[in-house]
Design a protein around this ligand. Structure first.
Ligand code: BES
Ligand code: ZN
Length: 883
């Protein structure tokens, strides 16, 4: 199998580069099929490296034209070149210049790595190892150089030419129809942050004045004619810049900040220095074409990429094992930004929902790995929920453990010390250890140990002593390569609530002034004194640690928390826990008493009576039951997705019926009369109204279909139109099919809107969906080359449609396997991400499990698999995997 020949990269093998590159001068003459790149590299031996060793530059599918050393063209025999490398066996022992000419074909580049074309424009994507597809280079993040880029193109074809840094020169090349621009970036950076863009683009821009009064021009470039859809992104950029100044004291450092939207992009967006490149899905928005979720994502991703300017660019990573150093920290920063701009508790719940759905899932799958992995075969496969989301949770826990002020002092020290360097997780932690005088070595286990810790909490009330004891136990299950585990440092934010809902002040010396107890042993107990009556404990407030909690609370006690806890996260969590218990029983044919169903329904009713309308966004979250995937994960083994689907449907119907009047009231009273605004409060009202519509429809299909049809016809914005179409999708028949057709007609020239249409259809939980998906793959708007199209149709089928992807006859798995193989020939990164949908296979019941294994084996057996797909398929099949 491929794993035998693809070599493993190991953290422990890290050594500094033998050569350094101080300056890079690039001359890029853009041409659709034959772009010429001349790179002049100022090299010198690295004092920290080995001497008298050959110079080995990385390449990937490169075609070398000429190479010169200190302006002397080398002859065959003086170097060794292949598409993968350029080797100079006896390089000078003092500084020298290497001039390398390569020719590349951006039109043929379907991998979307390196220089490629999208919608007729030229753009680049270099992280992680794409720069080596442009020129031979020391393509590793600890080689920092100052870049000057000259870009030349036909003015007709590419009137706009953009590079990193500041524009220093531009002009026409007389008598040729060609023109050029020279960009200079004074900040040393690794090659993965290099970018250039050439094409026909519209622009929106505005001036920004930084905290020290520097003038910056900020701009967003999009497809001509769509400029008005870039206003929100530009606004979000300005707000991100202000926020980073205020909250982290970080100022922008160049004269311009450009964002370019492209329609073919493997990821969401990329933080290239001064020239961010975005998937247009995360830039373009108008009320008619984008949902509230789209607006929130745009805001978050614009912020994320901007924040990388400090956490990633000014301070970069020594090697790719340190990826969480920039990604985990920057996710933490974008989460904080969104929380400040919107509603903190609502945003926290949303973060935890994705963490559980993606990271907990990954952590219990064969693909589980530490936040800082120790080995990889293909780095692109490590841009994962674990590195990103669990990485962000570690930063958040650090802040919880040391407090806000020390956290800010530690961040300041980290930026100050590491500015302009390629750093490690150790450098990051050391800044906090140094400002607090604490030993963070035990805490650092969070980076090394994979798997989600389980914490059980048991309460004991002593009536006569008026004390309350909480017993904690933690344990982390085995994961691939890590059979045994050490206890973690787990911050537990907690409080006590009386049975009638009052906060109780009780003393416990183990709980600090911020209400946090640090659990750092396998077992520990804490005792509160002066507890006048049996309390209800509210633990892991705000989800203070990424762990799975088991609590010995009754449903009645949990519903006390839903009504009264001062911590919004735990109010939501309480409702979810009660619902989950019933859903698991229903799914695994454990008898469910009527009272069990009714207690949640009546809790929902009183919640709706008392305070749902004071925070509609929060109420929408409370009224949304755990998803089918959440329930599957909770059950954990021998999962039957059909039973889960039936259980969730039954419970929604039950709750919908029990709360019908309330829901109808909400639906009517929350109808918006004002013009659409994407702000969080308006979005919250729409979310609650649409959640009500969903439950109403579960209770009474006929009534629901009528309301949803009317909303579908009259909606003034995409959020409401799409939500109603989603509800109609649950009701088979002509009304649904007509709505599908009318939506297609209305948006046939809007690829990003048709993506939503693909997604909804791929998620229909009916047997005919498989054929529908195959048919949609022939739709003129679909293209296997475009990642957004593939993800919305195929990715959604595999990730959102639990019952049809996991069909008992194995046809869902077979479909995904065949598409993965097709996609792999064009775009390995896209293919391997689709393939991760199989990460749930080990928890299925045996028939499905064997179908899934066979589908995975059929992929593994294919010759010429990409490294990306080969790595995921082999790890997914490994026997040592947790199951
Ligand atoms: N640096 C990444 C983009 C990236 C990822 C490039 C993988 C190459 C390989 C960027 O900062 C990022 O993290 N983007 C996220 C969105 C973000 C909001 C989490 C993405 O693209 O999904
Ligand atoms: Zn990032």
């Amino acid at each position: 199998m491929r794993t035998d020949i693809v070599e493993l990269v190991r953290l422990e093998d890290y050594r500094p580069s033998d050569f350094l590159i101080d300056r890079v001068e690039l001359d890029v003459r853009l041409h659709p099929t034959a772009t010429r790149v001349t790179a002049t590299l100022s090299l010198r031996p690295n004092p920290a490296g080995r001497s008298d060793v050959p110079l080995v530059l990385d390449g990937d599918e490169l075609n070398l034209k000429t190479v010169a050393l200190d302006e002397r063209v080398l002859e065959a025999g003086e170097f060794e070149a292949s598409p993968q490398s350029l080797v100079i066996s006896q390089p000078p022992q003092q500084p020298f210049r290497l001039t390398i000419e390569t020719e590349i074909n951006p039109t043929a580049n379907t991998k979307l790595m390196g220089l490629y074309r999208s919608g007729g424009n030229y753009c680049t994507q270099c992280e992680a190892e794409g720069f080596r597809r442009i020129t031979y280079f020391l393509d590793r993040p600890d080689v920092l150089a100052v870049y000057t880029t000259r870009i030349e193109a036909e003015r007709e074809e590419a009137p706009v030419l953009l590079g990193n840094g500041n524009l220093v020169e531009s002009g026409a090349i007389e008598g040729t129809g060609r023109h050029y621009a020279v960009w200079h970036d004074p900040f040393p950076k690794p090659s993965y942050l290099f970018a250039l863009v050439g094409g026909r683009l519209g622009r929106v821009a505005k001036p920004f004045t930084t905290m020290t009064g520097r003038q910056v021009e900020i701009a967003v470039y999009v497809e001509p004619g769509k400029e008005h859809r870039a206003d929100y992104a530009l606004d979000a950029l300005g707000r991100s810049m202000i926020w980073d100044e205020k909250v982290f004291g970080r100022e922008y450092d160049l004269d311009v900040f450009n964002i370019v939207a492209v329609s073919d992009f493997n990821m969401g967006a990329m933080e290239n220095k001064g020239l961010n490149i975005f998937n247009d899905k995360y830039v373009l928005a108008s009320p008619e074409t984008a949902t509230d979720t789209d607006y929130a994502n745009i805001e978050a991703i614009i912020a994320h990429e901007y924040f990388h300017n400090w956490s990633g660019n000014r301070v970069t990573c020594r090697d790719w094992f340190q990826l969480c150093l920039k990604e985990g920290l920057t996710v933490f920063r974008d989460q904080e930004f969104s929380s400040d701009e919107r509603s903190r508790p609502v945003h926290r719940i949303a973060e935890v929902k994705t963490l559980r759905a993606r990271q907990f899932l990954e952590d219990s799958s064969p693909l589980a790995h530490p936040v800082r992995p120790t080995q990889y075969r293909e780095i692109n496969n490590f841009y994962t929920a674990t590195v990103y989301e669990k990485g962000a949770e570690i930063v958040r826990m650090l802040k919880t453990v040391i407090g806000d002020e020390d956290f800010r002092r530690g961040m300041d020290l980290y930026f100050e010390r590491c500015d302009g360097t390629a750093a490690t997780v150790e450098d990051f932690l050391k800044a906090f250890a140094d400002v607090t005088g604490r030993d963070l070595s035990h805490f650092s286990r969070w980076y090394a140990q994979s798997g989600t810790p389980r914490v059980s909490v048991h309460g004991h009330y002593d009536e006569t002593a008026k004390t309350y004891r909480l017993d904690f136990k933690q344990q982390t299950p085995p994961t691939p390569g890590q059979p045994t585990k050490e206890p973690m440092v787990i911050p537990v934010a907690l409080g006590l609530v009386s049975q009638n809902g009052q906060p109780m002040d009780a003393d416990c010396e183990r709980v600090n002034a911020r209400g946090v107890f640090i659990l750092d042993k396998a077992e520990d107990s804490i005792t509160f004194t002066g507890v006048s009556s049996r309390p209800v404990p509210s633990v892991f407030r705000g989800f203070s640690a990424p762990v799975k909690v088991s609590l010995d609370l009754s449903s009645e006690e949990l519903l006390v928390l839903l009504r009264h806890d001062t911590d919004s996260f735990n109010r939501w969590q309480a409702a979810q826990t009660v619902a989950m218990r019933t859903l698991v029983s229903l799914s695994t044919s454990v008898a469910v008493r009527d009272e069990e169903m009714n207690s949640l329904a009546s809790a929902f009713r009183s919640f709706m009576d008392t305070d749902a309308l004071s925070d509609p966004a929060f109420a929408a979250l409370v009224l949304t039951l755990p998803s089918e995937a959440d329930i599957a994960q909770e059950i954990g083994k021998d999962v039957d997705p059909d039973a889960i689907h039936r259980a969730r449907k039954e419970m929604r119907r039950h709750i919908g019926r029990a709360c019908f009047e309330h829901l109808m009231d909400f639906y009517r009273s929350l109808a918006e009369t004002e013009a659409y605004s994407p702000d969080a409060a308006s979005a919250g009202r729409r979310a609650l109204r649409n959640a009500a519509l969903d439950l109403l429809t579960a209770a009474d299909q006929e009534a629901g279909e009528k309301l949803a049809s009317e909303q579908f016809e009259t909606a003034s914005n995409m959020t409401d139109r799409l939500a109603s179409l989603g509800v109609l999708m649950t009701i088979p028949g002509m009304v649904r099919e007509n709505a599908i057709a009318s939506f297609e007609q209305r948006y046939r020239n809007e690829p990003l809107v048709l993506d939503k249409w693909f997604t909804l259809q791929a998620a229909i939980p009916e047997d005919t969906t498989l054929d529908r998906v195959k048919r949609l793959m022939e739709h003129p708007a679909f293209s296997i080359n475009n990642p957004n199209r593939v993800r919305s149709l195929i990715g959604s089928f595999a990730m959102l449609n639990q019952v049809q992807f996991n069909r008992k006859d194995g046809a869902g798995y077979a479909l995904l396997a065949s598409i993965v193989l097709r996609a792999d020939e064009l775009n390995p990164q896209l293919a391997s991400r689709l393939l991760t949908a199989f990460s749930t296979w080990t928890m299925m019941e045996s028939t499905r499990r064997s179908h899934a294994r066979r589908a995975l084996q059929s992929i593994a057996q294919k010759p010429n698999l990409s490294r990306d797909v080969g790595d995921i398929v082999n790890r997914s099949l490994e026997e040592s995997a947790a199951s």
